[in-house]
Design a protein around this ligand. Sequence first.
Ligand code: MLT
Length: 419
Amino acid sequence: MALVNENYLKLVAGYLFPEIARRVSAFAAERPDLAKEIIRCGIGDVTEPLPPSAVAAMNAANAELASRATFKGYGPGTGYESVLAAIAHGDFRSRGLDIADDEVFLSDGSKGDCGNILEILGAGNRIAVTDPVYPAYVDSNVMFGNAGAAMAGGGYEGIVYLPCTEANAFLPELPAAGTAAPDVIYLCSPNNPTGTVMDRARLEQWVAYARKHRALIFWDAAYEAFNRDPNAPKSVYEIAGARECAIEFRSFSKSGGFTGVRCGYTVLPKSVMAYTRAGAAVALHPLWNRRWNTRSNGVSYAVQRGAEALYTEAGRREVRALVDFYMENARILREGCRALGWKTWGGENAPYVWCKTPEGRDSWGFFDTMLREARVVTTPGAGFGRCGEGYFRISAFNSRANVEEVVRRMGRLASCAAH
Ligand code: MLT
Protein backbone atom coordinates (compact mmCIF):
# COMPACT_ATOMS: atom_id res chain seq x y z
CA MET A 1 0.00 0.00 0.00
CA ALA A 2 1.47 3.32 -1.03
CA LEU A 3 1.26 5.82 1.79
CA VAL A 4 0.53 9.45 1.07
CA ASN A 5 2.39 12.33 2.70
CA GLU A 6 -0.41 13.23 5.07
CA ASN A 7 1.16 16.58 5.78
CA TYR A 8 -0.28 17.72 2.45
CA LEU A 9 -3.74 16.96 3.80
CA LYS A 10 -3.25 19.61 6.47
CA LEU A 11 -2.89 22.38 3.88
CA VAL A 12 -5.76 24.82 3.94
CA ALA A 13 -7.62 25.62 0.71
CA GLY A 14 -5.54 26.62 -2.30
CA TYR A 15 -2.31 28.53 -2.45
CA LEU A 16 -3.05 32.28 -2.32
CA PHE A 17 -2.22 33.24 -5.90
CA PRO A 18 -4.19 30.44 -7.59
CA GLU A 19 -7.17 31.45 -5.43
CA ILE A 20 -6.85 35.02 -6.67
CA ALA A 21 -6.57 33.75 -10.25
CA ARG A 22 -9.70 31.66 -9.69
CA ARG A 23 -11.70 34.68 -8.54
CA VAL A 24 -10.43 36.76 -11.45
CA SER A 25 -11.35 34.03 -13.97
CA ALA A 26 -14.80 33.69 -12.41
CA PHE A 27 -15.38 37.44 -12.76
CA ALA A 28 -14.07 37.43 -16.34
CA ALA A 29 -16.43 34.57 -17.21
CA GLU A 30 -19.35 36.38 -15.61
CA ARG A 31 -18.57 39.72 -17.28
CA PRO A 32 -16.75 38.98 -20.55
CA ASP A 33 -17.50 42.57 -21.60
CA LEU A 34 -15.24 43.83 -18.79
CA ALA A 35 -12.60 41.11 -18.88
CA LYS A 36 -10.20 42.98 -21.14
CA GLU A 37 -10.20 45.95 -18.76
CA ILE A 38 -8.77 43.93 -15.87
CA ILE A 39 -5.39 45.17 -14.67
CA ARG A 40 -3.37 42.65 -12.68
CA CYS A 41 -1.49 44.07 -9.69
CA GLY A 42 -1.95 40.93 -7.60
CA ILE A 43 0.89 38.45 -7.99
CA GLY A 44 4.24 40.20 -8.30
CA ASP A 45 4.97 39.16 -11.85
CA VAL A 46 7.19 41.33 -14.03
CA THR A 47 5.90 42.83 -17.24
CA GLU A 48 8.94 44.44 -18.89
CA PRO A 49 11.20 42.62 -21.35
CA LEU A 50 14.44 41.01 -20.23
CA PRO A 51 17.61 43.12 -20.03
CA PRO A 52 19.22 43.04 -23.51
CA SER A 53 22.51 41.73 -22.08
CA ALA A 54 20.73 38.67 -20.69
CA VAL A 55 18.93 38.06 -23.98
CA ALA A 56 22.17 38.33 -25.98
CA ALA A 57 23.96 35.96 -23.60
CA MET A 58 21.14 33.41 -23.74
CA ASN A 59 21.04 33.60 -27.54
CA ALA A 60 24.80 33.12 -27.71
CA ALA A 61 24.53 30.15 -25.32
CA ASN A 62 21.85 28.55 -27.46
CA ALA A 63 24.07 29.03 -30.50
CA GLU A 64 26.88 27.23 -28.64
CA LEU A 65 24.54 24.32 -27.99
CA ALA A 66 23.79 24.15 -31.71
CA SER A 67 27.39 23.42 -32.65
CA ARG A 68 29.31 20.18 -32.02
CA ALA A 69 32.44 22.19 -31.17
CA THR A 70 30.84 24.18 -28.36
CA PHE A 71 28.02 21.87 -27.26
CA LYS A 72 27.48 21.46 -23.50
CA GLY A 73 25.96 18.49 -21.71
CA TYR A 74 25.56 18.24 -17.96
CA GLY A 75 27.09 21.15 -16.12
CA PRO A 76 28.14 21.27 -12.46
CA GLY A 77 25.06 20.64 -10.30
CA THR A 78 25.34 23.88 -8.35
CA GLY A 79 26.25 26.17 -11.26
CA TYR A 80 29.12 26.95 -13.64
CA GLU A 81 32.15 28.37 -11.88
CA SER A 82 32.06 31.64 -13.86
CA VAL A 83 28.45 32.32 -12.82
CA LEU A 84 29.13 31.55 -9.16
CA ALA A 85 32.20 33.78 -9.25
CA ALA A 86 30.24 36.63 -10.86
CA ILE A 87 27.63 36.37 -8.10
CA ALA A 88 30.01 35.94 -5.18
CA HIS A 89 32.12 38.84 -6.36
CA GLY A 90 29.33 41.10 -7.67
CA ASP A 91 26.86 40.76 -4.80
CA PHE A 92 29.19 40.10 -1.87
CA ARG A 93 32.96 40.45 -2.11
CA SER A 94 32.76 43.75 -4.00
CA ARG A 95 30.71 44.98 -1.00
CA GLY A 96 33.28 43.76 1.50
CA LEU A 97 31.37 40.59 2.40
CA ASP A 98 33.30 37.36 2.76
CA ILE A 99 31.50 34.85 0.53
CA ALA A 100 33.41 32.23 -1.48
CA ASP A 101 32.34 31.15 -4.96
CA ASP A 102 31.51 27.65 -3.71
CA GLU A 103 29.23 29.03 -1.00
CA VAL A 104 26.81 30.09 -3.78
CA PHE A 105 24.35 27.51 -5.11
CA LEU A 106 22.49 28.37 -8.30
CA SER A 107 18.87 27.24 -8.62
CA ASP A 108 15.67 27.81 -10.53
CA GLY A 109 14.54 30.46 -8.03
CA SER A 110 14.33 31.30 -4.38
CA LYS A 111 10.76 30.06 -3.91
CA GLY A 112 11.96 26.46 -4.29
CA ASP A 113 15.12 27.03 -2.26
CA CYS A 114 13.22 28.43 0.75
CA GLY A 115 11.37 25.12 1.00
CA ASN A 116 14.00 22.69 -0.33
CA ILE A 117 16.52 23.79 2.29
CA LEU A 118 14.31 22.05 4.88
CA GLU A 119 15.47 18.72 3.43
CA ILE A 120 18.85 19.06 5.13
CA LEU A 121 17.33 19.93 8.52
CA GLY A 122 15.91 17.50 11.01
CA ALA A 123 12.25 16.86 11.66
CA GLY A 124 10.61 18.75 14.45
CA ASN A 125 12.30 22.13 14.18
CA ARG A 126 10.21 24.97 15.57
CA ILE A 127 9.70 27.38 12.67
CA ALA A 128 9.11 31.12 13.10
CA VAL A 129 7.60 33.29 10.38
CA THR A 130 6.28 36.82 10.38
CA ASP A 131 2.55 37.45 10.15
CA PRO A 132 1.80 38.60 7.45
CA VAL A 133 4.15 36.32 5.53
CA TYR A 134 4.94 35.10 2.03
CA PRO A 135 2.76 31.95 2.07
CA ALA A 136 5.32 29.64 0.42
CA TYR A 137 7.39 29.51 3.63
CA VAL A 138 4.45 28.27 5.69
CA ASP A 139 3.06 25.85 3.12
CA SER A 140 6.52 24.32 2.53
CA ASN A 141 6.90 23.73 6.26
CA VAL A 142 3.45 22.17 6.47
CA MET A 143 4.44 19.82 3.63
CA PHE A 144 7.67 18.90 5.44
CA GLY A 145 5.79 18.07 8.64
CA ASN A 146 6.95 21.06 10.65
CA ALA A 147 3.40 22.21 11.46
CA GLY A 148 0.36 20.80 13.17
CA ALA A 149 -3.25 21.20 12.20
CA ALA A 150 -4.68 24.34 10.62
CA MET A 151 -6.19 26.65 13.24
CA ALA A 152 -9.71 28.02 13.02
CA GLY A 153 -8.74 31.68 12.74
CA GLY A 154 -5.90 31.02 10.26
CA GLY A 155 -2.36 29.71 10.61
CA TYR A 156 -1.08 26.33 11.77
CA GLU A 157 -0.41 24.89 15.17
CA GLY A 158 3.26 24.55 15.97
CA ILE A 159 4.38 27.49 13.81
CA VAL A 160 5.61 30.53 15.72
CA TYR A 161 4.00 33.64 14.23
CA LEU A 162 5.78 36.95 14.79
CA PRO A 163 3.07 39.60 14.54
CA CYS A 164 3.89 42.53 12.27
CA THR A 165 1.41 45.31 12.78
CA GLU A 166 1.14 49.07 12.55
CA ALA A 167 2.33 49.18 16.16
CA ASN A 168 5.76 47.77 15.25
CA ALA A 169 5.85 49.34 11.76
CA PHE A 170 5.42 45.82 10.32
CA LEU A 171 8.87 44.72 11.52
CA PRO A 172 9.20 41.48 13.52
CA GLU A 173 10.24 41.66 17.15
CA LEU A 174 12.21 39.03 19.03
CA PRO A 175 10.05 36.46 20.82
CA ALA A 176 9.42 37.46 24.43
CA ALA A 177 12.07 36.30 26.89
CA GLY A 178 11.07 33.04 28.51
CA THR A 179 9.12 31.74 25.49
CA ALA A 180 10.48 28.70 23.68
CA ALA A 181 12.96 29.91 21.08
CA PRO A 182 12.34 28.97 17.44
CA ASP A 183 14.98 26.88 15.67
CA VAL A 184 14.52 28.44 12.25
CA ILE A 185 13.48 32.02 11.63
CA TYR A 186 12.36 33.22 8.19
CA LEU A 187 13.04 36.92 7.65
CA CYS A 188 12.31 38.70 4.38
CA SER A 189 13.64 42.19 3.61
CA PRO A 190 12.58 44.13 1.59
CA ASN A 191 9.50 42.44 2.83
CA ASN A 192 6.94 40.60 0.84
CA PRO A 193 4.11 41.54 1.38
CA THR A 194 4.49 44.73 3.45
CA GLY A 195 7.32 46.36 1.47
CA THR A 196 9.09 47.37 4.70
CA VAL A 197 12.85 47.00 5.14
CA MET A 198 14.61 45.81 8.27
CA ASP A 199 17.09 48.26 9.76
CA ARG A 200 20.59 47.22 10.76
CA ALA A 201 20.00 47.44 14.52
CA ARG A 202 17.03 45.11 14.35
CA LEU A 203 18.82 42.59 12.17
CA GLU A 204 21.75 42.67 14.59
CA GLN A 205 19.32 41.72 17.35
CA TRP A 206 18.02 38.81 15.29
CA VAL A 207 21.51 37.53 14.47
CA ALA A 208 22.50 37.73 18.14
CA TYR A 209 19.29 35.93 19.09
CA ALA A 210 19.88 33.16 16.54
CA ARG A 211 23.45 32.64 17.72
CA LYS A 212 22.41 32.56 21.36
CA HIS A 213 19.76 29.92 20.67
CA ARG A 214 21.75 28.00 18.02
CA ALA A 215 18.93 28.80 15.61
CA LEU A 216 19.14 29.49 11.89
CA ILE A 217 18.01 32.62 10.06
CA PHE A 218 16.65 32.10 6.56
CA TRP A 219 17.15 35.56 5.05
CA ASP A 220 15.03 35.99 1.94
CA ALA A 221 16.55 38.86 -0.03
CA ALA A 222 14.64 38.25 -3.26
CA TYR A 223 13.83 41.98 -3.43
CA GLU A 224 17.29 43.22 -2.43
CA ALA A 225 17.74 45.19 -5.68
CA PHE A 226 14.89 47.48 -4.64
CA ASN A 227 16.42 48.36 -1.28
CA ARG A 228 18.13 51.73 -1.44
CA ASP A 229 17.95 52.51 2.25
CA PRO A 230 21.55 52.83 3.48
CA ASN A 231 20.41 51.85 6.97
CA ALA A 232 18.79 48.59 5.82
CA PRO A 233 21.20 45.70 5.14
CA LYS A 234 21.02 44.30 1.64
CA SER A 235 22.66 41.08 2.75
CA VAL A 236 22.43 39.38 6.15
CA TYR A 237 26.20 38.92 5.94
CA GLU A 238 26.62 42.64 6.59
CA ILE A 239 25.95 41.69 10.20
CA ALA A 240 28.85 40.30 12.24
CA GLY A 241 28.21 36.68 13.19
CA ALA A 242 25.71 36.01 10.39
CA ARG A 243 28.17 33.66 8.69
CA GLU A 244 27.60 31.32 11.63
CA CYS A 245 23.81 31.27 11.59
CA ALA A 246 22.29 32.61 8.37
CA ILE A 247 21.41 31.26 4.94
CA GLU A 248 20.53 33.85 2.30
CA PHE A 249 18.17 33.39 -0.64
CA ARG A 250 18.29 35.59 -3.71
CA SER A 251 16.43 35.70 -6.97
CA PHE A 252 16.82 37.18 -10.44
CA SER A 253 13.05 37.10 -10.88
CA LYS A 254 12.39 40.71 -10.01
CA SER A 255 15.81 42.36 -10.51
CA GLY A 256 16.45 40.75 -13.90
CA GLY A 257 12.86 40.15 -14.95
CA PHE A 258 13.46 36.38 -14.72
CA THR A 259 10.06 35.24 -13.36
CA GLY A 260 9.58 33.17 -16.51
CA VAL A 261 13.25 32.38 -17.14
CA ARG A 262 13.75 30.99 -13.59
CA CYS A 263 17.02 31.54 -11.79
CA GLY A 264 18.05 32.40 -8.26
CA TYR A 265 20.61 31.29 -5.73
CA THR A 266 21.24 30.36 -2.13
CA VAL A 267 24.29 31.37 -0.12
CA LEU A 268 25.27 28.82 2.46
CA PRO A 269 28.54 29.70 4.22
CA LYS A 270 30.70 26.79 5.30
CA SER A 271 30.53 28.02 8.90
CA VAL A 272 26.73 27.58 9.27
CA MET A 273 25.97 24.71 11.65
CA ALA A 274 22.96 22.70 12.72
CA TYR A 275 23.00 20.09 15.45
CA THR A 276 22.38 16.38 15.96
CA ARG A 277 19.93 15.40 18.71
CA ALA A 278 23.00 14.61 20.79
CA GLY A 279 24.14 18.20 20.36
CA ALA A 280 27.03 17.71 17.91
CA ALA A 281 27.53 20.56 15.44
CA VAL A 282 27.30 19.62 11.76
CA ALA A 283 28.21 21.97 8.91
CA LEU A 284 25.27 22.35 6.54
CA HIS A 285 27.31 23.30 3.46
CA PRO A 286 28.40 19.73 2.55
CA LEU A 287 24.85 18.48 3.09
CA TRP A 288 23.36 21.11 0.78
CA ASN A 289 26.06 20.36 -1.79
CA ARG A 290 25.27 16.67 -1.54
CA ARG A 291 21.58 17.34 -1.80
CA TRP A 292 22.08 19.36 -5.00
CA ASN A 293 24.31 16.84 -6.68
CA THR A 294 21.95 14.00 -5.85
CA ARG A 295 18.68 15.68 -6.64
CA SER A 296 19.40 17.93 -9.58
CA ASN A 297 21.63 18.59 -12.55
CA GLY A 298 21.27 22.30 -12.03
CA VAL A 299 20.02 25.23 -14.05
CA SER A 300 19.97 25.14 -17.84
CA TYR A 301 23.09 26.39 -19.57
CA ALA A 302 21.51 29.34 -21.41
CA VAL A 303 19.77 30.56 -18.28
CA GLN A 304 23.05 30.50 -16.36
CA ARG A 305 24.69 32.56 -19.07
CA GLY A 306 21.76 35.00 -18.96
CA ALA A 307 22.15 35.37 -15.20
CA GLU A 308 25.89 35.88 -15.48
CA ALA A 309 25.34 38.64 -18.04
CA LEU A 310 23.40 40.63 -15.42
CA TYR A 311 26.76 41.19 -13.69
CA THR A 312 28.51 42.77 -16.68
CA GLU A 313 28.76 46.53 -16.76
CA ALA A 314 25.95 46.79 -19.32
CA GLY A 315 23.89 44.18 -17.44
CA ARG A 316 24.16 46.13 -14.20
CA ARG A 317 23.04 49.33 -15.94
CA GLU A 318 20.05 47.53 -17.45
CA VAL A 319 19.06 45.96 -14.13
CA ARG A 320 19.27 49.35 -12.48
CA ALA A 321 17.02 50.85 -15.17
CA LEU A 322 14.50 48.03 -14.77
CA VAL A 323 14.41 48.42 -11.01
CA ASP A 324 14.13 52.22 -11.36
CA PHE A 325 11.18 51.73 -13.67
CA TYR A 326 9.26 49.55 -11.19
CA MET A 327 10.21 51.81 -8.30
CA GLU A 328 8.69 54.79 -10.11
CA ASN A 329 5.54 52.67 -10.50
CA ALA A 330 5.64 51.99 -6.76
CA ARG A 331 5.94 55.72 -6.06
CA ILE A 332 2.94 56.49 -8.28
CA LEU A 333 0.86 53.80 -6.56
CA ARG A 334 1.94 54.82 -3.08
CA GLU A 335 1.21 58.49 -3.67
CA GLY A 336 -2.03 57.64 -5.42
CA CYS A 337 -3.24 55.72 -2.36
CA ARG A 338 -2.06 58.43 0.01
CA ALA A 339 -3.83 61.14 -2.00
CA LEU A 340 -7.07 59.25 -1.30
CA GLY A 341 -6.30 59.27 2.41
CA TRP A 342 -5.38 55.57 2.42
CA LYS A 343 -2.58 54.70 4.79
CA THR A 344 0.38 52.94 3.17
CA TRP A 345 3.68 51.25 4.01
CA GLY A 346 6.42 50.03 1.71
CA GLY A 347 6.77 51.05 -1.91
CA GLU A 348 9.94 53.05 -1.16
CA ASN A 349 12.49 50.25 -0.99
CA ALA A 350 10.29 47.50 -2.35
CA PRO A 351 8.04 46.91 -5.35
CA TYR A 352 5.01 46.36 -3.10
CA VAL A 353 2.73 48.94 -1.54
CA TRP A 354 0.94 47.73 1.59
CA CYS A 355 -2.24 49.66 2.15
CA LYS A 356 -4.89 49.79 4.83
CA THR A 357 -8.31 49.06 3.37
CA PRO A 358 -10.56 52.12 3.39
CA GLU A 359 -13.41 52.33 5.90
CA GLY A 360 -12.11 49.29 7.77
CA ARG A 361 -13.22 46.93 5.01
CA ASP A 362 -12.13 43.30 5.29
CA SER A 363 -9.36 42.21 2.92
CA TRP A 364 -11.23 39.78 0.69
CA GLY A 365 -14.30 42.03 0.58
CA PHE A 366 -12.18 44.94 -0.59
CA PHE A 367 -10.37 42.65 -3.05
CA ASP A 368 -13.74 41.80 -4.61
CA THR A 369 -14.77 45.47 -4.73
CA MET A 370 -11.52 46.43 -6.43
CA LEU A 371 -11.95 43.59 -8.91
CA ARG A 372 -15.61 44.13 -9.68
CA GLU A 373 -15.84 47.92 -9.57
CA ALA A 374 -12.37 49.02 -10.58
CA ARG A 375 -11.29 45.89 -12.50
CA VAL A 376 -8.02 46.00 -10.60
CA VAL A 377 -6.53 42.83 -9.11
CA THR A 378 -4.73 43.32 -5.80
CA THR A 379 -3.71 40.82 -3.13
CA PRO A 380 -5.84 40.67 0.02
CA GLY A 381 -3.72 41.10 3.13
CA ALA A 382 -5.56 38.31 4.92
CA GLY A 383 -4.10 35.89 2.36
CA PHE A 384 -0.70 36.51 3.98
CA GLY A 385 -1.84 35.81 7.52
CA ARG A 386 -4.13 36.93 10.29
CA CYS A 387 -2.29 40.20 10.86
CA GLY A 388 -2.82 41.02 7.18
CA GLU A 389 -6.57 41.29 7.68
CA GLY A 390 -7.70 44.83 6.94
CA TYR A 391 -4.87 45.50 4.46
CA PHE A 392 -4.16 44.85 0.81
CA ARG A 393 -1.02 44.70 -1.31
CA ILE A 394 -0.54 46.36 -4.70
CA SER A 395 2.28 45.15 -6.91
CA ALA A 396 4.26 47.74 -8.84
CA PHE A 397 5.13 45.21 -11.53
CA ASN A 398 3.14 46.56 -14.43
CA SER A 399 3.36 48.95 -17.36
CA ARG A 400 3.41 52.68 -16.55
CA ALA A 401 0.12 53.19 -18.40
CA ASN A 402 -1.57 50.48 -16.32
CA VAL A 403 -0.21 51.85 -13.05
CA GLU A 404 -1.50 55.33 -13.88
CA GLU A 405 -4.86 53.84 -14.83
CA VAL A 406 -4.99 51.93 -11.51
CA VAL A 407 -4.54 55.22 -9.65
CA ARG A 408 -7.35 56.84 -11.69
CA ARG A 409 -9.67 53.91 -11.07
CA MET A 410 -8.93 53.82 -7.32
CA GLY A 411 -9.77 57.53 -7.28
CA ARG A 412 -13.12 56.91 -8.99
CA LEU A 413 -13.84 54.05 -6.56
CA ALA A 414 -13.09 56.28 -3.59
CA SER A 415 -15.22 59.13 -4.90
CA CYS A 416 -18.18 56.79 -5.60
CA ALA A 417 -17.86 55.42 -2.06
CA ALA A 418 -17.89 58.98 -0.71
CA HIS A 419 -21.23 59.84 -2.43
C1 MLT B 1 4.33 37.49 -4.96
O1 MLT B 1 3.48 38.04 -5.63
O2 MLT B 1 4.29 37.46 -3.74
C2 MLT B 1 5.45 36.81 -5.66
O3 MLT B 1 5.50 37.14 -6.99
C3 MLT B 1 5.28 35.38 -5.58
C4 MLT B 1 6.56 34.70 -5.82
O4 MLT B 1 7.61 35.32 -5.97
O5 MLT B 1 6.52 33.48 -5.82
